[in-house]
Write a protein that binds this ligand. Structure first.
Ligand code: ADP
Ligand code: SF4
Length: 706
């Protein structure tokens, strides 16, 4: 039963003409599915509604072809053709019992219009502020353009109402919603009534809020999402300005959604910011309006949520990531099952879906993005279809998830782990600077496994092929992980590099096991490009070593552009005193350091060091798998039916991928392979009717050579 302390979270909140049944509010978030996979998105949102969120919103929805932020994949309401896809999402949200919110956006300066080829529009002539530095400028909007934009927004409101939405957003946040650009001195130096004073800069927002209210006509609530501080001092939107904006427009929308700065500022990873980081920026704004206020803070703790409401910071607990990691978070609080909450670890793998234009995935929740196409559900899994016994070898993220999900299906599972510790790489990596929240991947699974009497865990049980053949398991899944290489092979070098005799080469595994370089000067060569290189450099620098980080990429931890971390990573390693050499490869380890080559010219140089840490690639621990495969002739006698590999033992990847592969194994065990060569449902675009007006192809005249 629910703890009465949390009753306040289940109070209804009136939002203009609609009422949220509790305070849990899934704020708009991108998902890499959008217009390409609308049913995928619809079912993902439906699961959240089912999980107890009173309001479930779409991501930003482009209102017009001049607001095209392709290649990123969001929803569109460019014209009536887009209504059915957007309507399906509202329908599925309603099926789950929530109010449906839609975040309308004209992206202004943020839209390079690569797909539509329209000229970008902004408050002034400026290069677009798109993610890829597109060589495109926006045109300063004339009064006629402003009138057009208001008309397009009205049309999108009309379409949203037709599509069944209950809450319609006006987006002026994150430097993504174009109204943000009008509001900010950074982007708006107009001299007409839409620029200059705050009153002028806010004019277009006011007009669009009024248009939206008029068009919604009491059929839907109007929400305004706005950045409360651009964190640029007087160069951009300040908190004082936002207080004045609320003074002017406080009663215009039915709901305020307060965000912080740009997306990078608002969706900070746990490596760089704590839960509720936004609180000091948002506190006090609610008191300036009678309208309800929603805001985020990577909230996973119900006590923190209660604090937000009781201390008058927020009325509604906004969540994107916590609702991705656990779509059933509100339900679990409601039923008092707090220990079942799958807490977000704050890694931003979910964000990478948007940046890589692929369906959203989550480290904690392997079913995210698979609700429609694979029929997976975060809380339910089909019962077992045989009485087979299963041995899971290795208790890293892949093995733990396989055991948990197989256990939930009702299989009799043995989980054997070579060491005393459960958690594999996650247990080790969560000891590194900034990564402590990652242990939640293990904690959640161990908590769940404790409840499953059909899963037995055996520690200090290193399994050999003989052990397995001698025992009575029908299915064996090898989740034995991987080790970091020490030979330099990775992306840059596909053959081992020269290492001088006597040189000290360490790997991240050595560092995590507590080994340290033998002298004060160390080179970290990062050819992995995710977090490990910068984390190890930071760790060693903080321990007082003189660290040079060398990478062939243009950025330190280049891939973290996809997790919104790349700038913070760089700042942190600089602040830690690390010397950084980008666009440089280590080509050999010498007795007194390393030889390097410029990534472009090949020009050679040297860096002296006592030790080198090579962070390049990993080798799967797949010998057990291969040995078992080689002994297939003995399987029948041992009643062994299948041996599979999952996680890093199959092919090293992210923790999210390991969890996903463990889950997939459990979902598919004993099940007939569905659907043929593509093992999931796809939505293939319907071909348009061919326009009859197009000029026919001129037939090629036959040429006679005779
Ligand atoms: P993944 O990310 O794929 O889950 P990890 O490296 O995190 O991989 O975890 C693999 C786990 O498997 C480690 O805890 C390791 O100790 C364990 N392991 C490796 N080989 C064996 C084995 N032969 N028997 C039992 N456990 C093993
Ligand atoms: Fe949280 Fe990481 Fe899942 Fe995103 S991917 S919801 S940050 S656990």
């Amino acid at each position: 039963m629910r703890d009465p302390r949390y009753d306040i979270l289940f109070e209804p909140v009136k939002i203009g003409p609609v009422t949220a049944r509790n305070r849990f509010f899934q704020v708009p978030h991108c998902n890499g599915m959008g217009y390409r996979d609308p049913s995928g998105e619809a079912y993902m949102r439906r699961v959240k509604a089912e999980g107890g969120w009173a309001v479930v919103c779409t991501e930003q929805v482009e209102i017009h072809p001049t607001s095209d932020i392709g290649p990123f994949i969001e929803l569109r309401l460019w014209d009536d053709q887009d209504i059915p896809a957007v309507a399906r999402i509202a329908e599925k949200i309603h099926e789950g019992g929530a109010l449906a919110g839609i975040e309308l956006a004209h992206n202004g300066l943020n839209s390079p219009n690569l797909i539509s080829r329209e000229t970008p529009l902004g408050p002034q002539n400026l290069p677009v502020v798109s993610w890829n530095y597109d060589p495109v400028q926006a045109r300063e909007m004339t009064k006629a353009d402003i009138a057009d934009m208001r008309f397009w927004h009205r049309e999108a409101v009309r379409r949203s109402i037709t599509a069944g939405y209950d809450i319609v957003y006006v987006y002026a946040g994150h430097a993504i919603g174009g109204l943000h650009h009008f509001l900010s001195r950074r982007y708006n130096n107009r001299s007409d009534e839409y620029g200059g004073s705050l009153e002028n800069r806010v004019r277009l927002l006011r007009e669009i809020l009024e248009d939206t209210r008029e068009e919604a006509d009491g059929k839907a609530a109007v929400a305004c999402r706005i950045s409360v501080d651009e964190l640029l001092g007087d160069e951009g939107i300040t908190r004082a300005e936002i207080e004045d904006v609320i003074g002017m427009l406080g009663e215009h929308p039915d709901l305020w959604d307060f965000v912080l700065g740009s997306w990078e500022d608002d969706s900070v990873t746990s490596r760089f910011g704590p839960e509720a980081e936004q609180e000091p920026y948002v506190r006090g704004l609610k008191q300036l309006t009678t309208k309800p206020v929603v805001g985020v803070g990577r909230f996973t703790s119900p006590d923190m949520m209660v604090h937000q409401v009781k201390s008058g910071v927020l009325d509604l607990i906004g969540a994107a990531r916590p609702s991705i990691a656990d779509p059933f978070l509100p339900r679990k609080i409601e039923t008092g099952d707090l220990e079942d909450i799958r807490e977000c670890i704050g890694c931003n793998i979910c964000v990478s879906g948007d940046f890589t234009m692929s369906p959203i995935r989550c480290t904690q929740n392997p079913t995210m993005g698979e609700e429609f196409r694979r029929g997976w559900h975060p809380e339910r899994i089909r019962p077992k279809s045989s009485d087979s016994t299963v041995l899971v070898v290795g208790a890293g993220p892949a093995g733990l998830e396989a055991a948990r999900s197989l256990g939930n299906r009702g299989y009799s599972v043995s989980l054997a782990e070579a060491t005393r510790n459960l958690g594999g790489r996650v247990a080790r990596e969560s000891q590194l600077p900034g990564l402590s929240a990652w242990i939640r991947v293990v904690d959640y699974r161990l908590q769940q496994l404790e409840k499953l009497s059909n899963v037995d865990i055996f520690r200090q049980s290193e399994m050999t092929a003989d052990d397995i053949i001698e025992n009575d398991f029908q299915h064996v899944v090898v989740a034995t992980g991987s080790s970091w290489r020490r030979d330099g092979v990775g992306r840059w070098h596909t053959r081992p590099i020269d290492v001088a005799e006597g040189a000290e080469v360490l790997s991240p595994d050595d560092i995590m096991a507590g080994q340290r370089p033998r002298g004060p000067k160390v080179v970290v060569f990062d050819d992995d490009h995710y977090y490990m290189g910068s984390v190890v450099a930071e760790l060693l620098a903080k321990e007082g070593l003189d660290v040079t980080l060398i990478t062939p990429a243009a950025h330190v931890s280049q891939w973290t552009t996809n997790t919104l971390e790349v700038a913070r990573v760089r700042k942190r390693v600089i602040r830690a005193g690390v010397t950084v050499l980008t666009n440089t490869a280590v080509t050999a380890v010498t007795p007194d350091g390393v030889r390097t080559a410029c990534a472009f010219t090949g020009d050679e140089s040297t860096v002296t060091a006592d030790s080198i840490v090579l962070i390049t690639a990993r080798l799967p621990h797949d010998s057990l798998y291969h040995e078992l495969q080689a002994r297939q002739s003995e399987w029948a006698a041992a009643d062994l039916k299948s041996v599979r590999g999952i996680g890093d033992a199959w092919a090293p990847s992210t923790i999210a991928a390991a969890v996903w592969s463990g889950h997939r194994y459990a979902e598919e065990l004993d099940e007939p392979q569905p659907l043929g060569p593509v093992p999931y449902l796809r939505e293939v675009a319907e071909l348009a009717e061919e326009p009859v007006t197009y000029l026919p192809i001129t037939p090629v005249q036959p040429v006679s050579n005779y």
